[in-house]
Write a protein that binds this ligand. Structure first.
Ligand SMILES: Cc1cc2nc3c(=O)[nH]c(=O)nc-3n(C[C@H](O)[C@H](O)[C@H](O)COP(=O)(O)OP(=O)(O)OC[C@H]3O[C@@H](n4cnc5c(N)ncnc54)[C@H](O)[C@@H]3O)c2cc1C
Length: 458
């Protein structure tokens, strides 16, 4: 092998790449991180962080403006100022971006600025420079994708990047796609009083979630005034009457803007994968094993570019797995069934493990425990009684197979059942854990007890 400067070189400094670089440094490896744009990637700059900052503002506005009197608060003249909402979003991103830059210095990570391309299994070309390492990790992430004939113009037909970075909101919007991104933006806009039409080709909202979750979402979205149209095929869209006319198989929808939220495409082209023999699936995602090893010796791949759940914490965890494999310190392989999935819509959704249908389709005998937030003191105090916790357990052993939550703080509540599942725990053990009162976490305990018919408050 030619002389190398680093133990590991990582291509891409997003939520996959930069935590992996930190872990590499912690394990005593010398590491270089190549980044073409800004450290933090999609998640920090146009994904998780800015969208949740926007949702925090819209939620606060909506709660006070629409529901203030219910809580004894006069809120006649509450208004929002979107320019200031956007400024707060930018300040949060900037603060966290500085934090990541600091962490790179603290951990003595060599950050190489520029677009990189893999030359051979030990070399990444970055501009005129060569970064040489014993091991390479591909962490180039993903980009927005559209539908044929619906090219983004950034003004009328927009992507999630455009919507996230906007400094104003339209009076009306049509959103194609009711996955996580589509329902989060539906929530944001509708809480700010924007007229929202949500189009989904399949027959339910959030189609990857448990069917009962989809039903509850539909009912709550309808109550919120979101015009949800399911089983709709979009044929075309064109600029019309200072907005966009969307032609579907169920008639025309007109709105000031059209947001296309139909998934993401891997950034696996033009990074030199072919010349080192890294195989990809037909859809462009890189093929990896459970240790994040690609088909090419000495090259791992992590994050959105490998497909599966396109989530920041998945990218970060895959980074740990890859680095520990490289360092010869394997802890545990990547297990997709232990991934927590979170959607920050209103109501929030969170899940881990198998849906009830997936468990039954696997031929498992299944027991289900449910607990509605309507029966919980803390949820009533919050004024958020819609939704439920549903726990799917093995019918014979009681082993936790999956948890599905729709309702207040679902994204915070999911960590406990996920840990129980990681520890291969049973539902009764989760129910046996003494939960503080009054908290939303009691709904998780009650659902776990409900698996054996032992819930107290229903
Ligand atoms: C609107 C939206 C909201 C989201 N909200 C959430 C959420 O709430 N929670 C959650 O878990 N996930 C969320 N996600 C998903 C999350 O952002 C991604 O899963 C995560 O960013 C993936 O990390 P990554 O490192 O694989 O890729 P990325 O974050 O895309 O990072 C890849 C990096 O590689 C760099 N790069 C690419 N090619 C090269 C090259 N050739 N040379 C050098 N550098 C290169 C890019 O500039 C980028 O910085 C959201 C996504 C979107 C779009």
């Amino acid at each position: 092998m030619a002389a190398v400067d680093f133990d590991v070189a990582i291509l891409g400094g997003g939520m996959g790449g930069y935590p992996a670089a930190i872990r590499a440094s912690q394990l005593g490896l010398k590491v270089a991180l190549v980044e073409a744009d800004k450290l933090g990637g999609t998640c920090l700059h146009v994904g998780c962080i800015p969208t949740k900052a926007l949702l925090e503002s819209s939620e606060l506005y909506h709660r006070v403006a629409a529901r203030g009197p219910e809580f004894g608060i006069n809120a006649d003249k509450v208004q929002y100022d979107y320019a200031r909402i956007a400024a707060r979003r930018d300040a949060i991103v900037s603060q966290l971006h500085k934090g990541v830059q600091y962490l790179m210095k603290k951990n003595k990570i060599e950050v190489v600025e520029g677009r990189g391309k893999i030359r051979d299994r030990n070399t990444i070309d970055v501009g005129g420079k060569q970064v040489k390492a014993k091991n390479l990790i591909v962490a180039t992430g993903s980009t927005v994708k559209s539908l044929p004939g619906l090219e983004f113009d950034g003004q009328f037909i927009i992507s999630s990047d455009n919507a996230t970075l906007a400094t104003n909101v339209p009076e009306s919007i049509c959103i194609i796609g009711a996955g996580a991104v589509g329902v989060e933006f539906s929530t944001l806009y509708s809480q700010l009083g924007v007229k929202v039409t949500l189009l989904e080709a399949l027959d339910r909202l959030v189609p990857l979630e448990d069917e009962e979750i989809s039903k509850e979402m539909l009912s709550q979205f309808k109550k919120a005034g979101i015009d949800c149209r399911l089983g709709v095929k979009v044929k075309s869209a064109k600029k019309a009457r200072d907005g966009v006319s969307v032609e579907t198989d169920q008639g025309e929808v007109w709105a000031r803007q059209l947001l296309v939220a139909v998934g993401r495409a891997p950034r696996s082209k033009d990074v030199g994968l072919e010349q080192v023999g890294v195989q990809t699936h037909p859809n462009g995602f890189v093929t990896v094993d459970e240790w994040m090893r690609t088909s090419a010796e000495g090259i791992h791949a992590i994050g959105d570019v490998v497909g599966g759940y396109l989530l920041a914490h998945v990218a970060a965890h895959e980074g740990m797995t890859a680095i520990e494999d490289i360092a010869g310190q394997r802890v545990a392989p990547m297990e997709q069934e232990l991934v927590t999935r979170c959607t920050y819509s209103h109501p929030q959704i969170a899940s881990v493990g198998l849906t009830e249908k997936q468990a039954r389709d696997k031929g498992l005998e299944v027991k289900v425990g449910r607990f509605p937030f309507t029966a919980l003191g803390r949820a009533i105090i919050h004024g958020e009684t819609g939704g439920f916790v549903k726990i799917v357990a093995d019918g014979k052993t009681g082993r936790m197979l999956g948890t599905h939550i729709v309702g207040p703080q679902a994204t915070e509540l999911i960590a406990e059942p996920a840990l129980t599942q990681l520890f291969q725990g049973d539902a009764w053990e989760l129910g046996r854990n003494i939960h503080p009162h009054p908290t939303l976490s009691e709904a998780v305990m009650e659902a776990a007890l409900a698996v054996d018919g032992h819930a107290i408050h229903i």
